[in-house]
Design a protein around this ligand. Structure first.
Ligand SMILES: CC(C)(COP(=O)(O)OP(=O)(O)OC[C@H]1O[C@@H](n2cnc3c(N)ncnc32)[C@H](O)[C@@H]1OP(=O)(O)O)[C@@H](O)C(=O)NCCC(=O)NCCS
Length: 167
């Protein structure tokens, strides 16, 4: 399979915060943002894989600063790392005040997607070409997170089987 550059799947999505997206204080709801995160990251993953993808996991999400009604949310998604069938997508979220031009970093999150074949099973994806120092750093950090996720899955499976399959 032909390797692909990170720039080939890089995705920017923008979202305008409307009154129905906010709480009574005018702050963007976390759940609304999560949906947009999933959308932009899935788009980036499909651009890399050129196959349907499913969300396998979303890492812990920190809300660093609020975003407000009327602001523009810019979601920047990049492939950080690929495995055989899965890939980690990093998303940086910024809120832009359209009147002043001020931009604030509000969230960062890492999502893992798995490419699916026509048989409904995980399917191989192209390797990733790392070009810049930033690409290499993100790839190194993503591999560390992947190892942690794997350990957690093993622990959770062991604990569920000890409880007779109950969570
Ligand atoms: C994600 C899913 C396809 C994995 O299936 P599975 O039978 O565990 O697949 P495998 O064990 O063969 O793993 C396939 C890949 O997924 C990765 N993976 C599986 N579960 C994962 C998880 N919870 N987090 C991160 N990666 C995961 C594996 O590491 C593997 O990666 P690799 O091929 O790059 O090495 C399956 O659990 C599923 O369909 N989940 C539901 C997805 C869904 O409905 N999402 C919401 C709507 S899109």
């Amino acid at each position: 399979m032909k390797p692909k550059k990170i720039s080939e799947s890089r995705t920017l999505m923008t979202y305008r915060v409307l009154p129905q997206d906010t709480n009574p204080a005018g702050n963007l709801h976390g759940g609304v943002l999560l949906k947009q995160l999933d959308l932009v990251a899935a788009t980036c993953a499909m651009r890399h894989a050129r196959k349907p993808v499913v969300t396998a996991s979303i890492d812990r999400m920190n809300f660093l600063r609020p975003a407000y009604v009327g602001e523009l949310i810019n979601l920047h998604a990049n492939v950080n790392m690929v495995g055989r069938t899965s890939m980690e997508i990093g998303v940086r979220v910024e809120a832009e005040n359209l009147l002043t031009g001020e931009i604030r970093h509000t969230n960062s999150a890492y999502l893992t997607f798995v490419a699916m074949g026509e048989n409904g099973k995980p399917s191989p994806i192209p390797p990733l070409i790392l070009e810049t120092g930033v690409d290499h750093r993100r790839n190194r950090e993503a591999k560390e997170r992947r190892a942690v996720r794997k350990e957690e899955r093993i622990r959770e499976t062991a604990s569920a089987s000890q409880n007779g399959g109950r969570e």
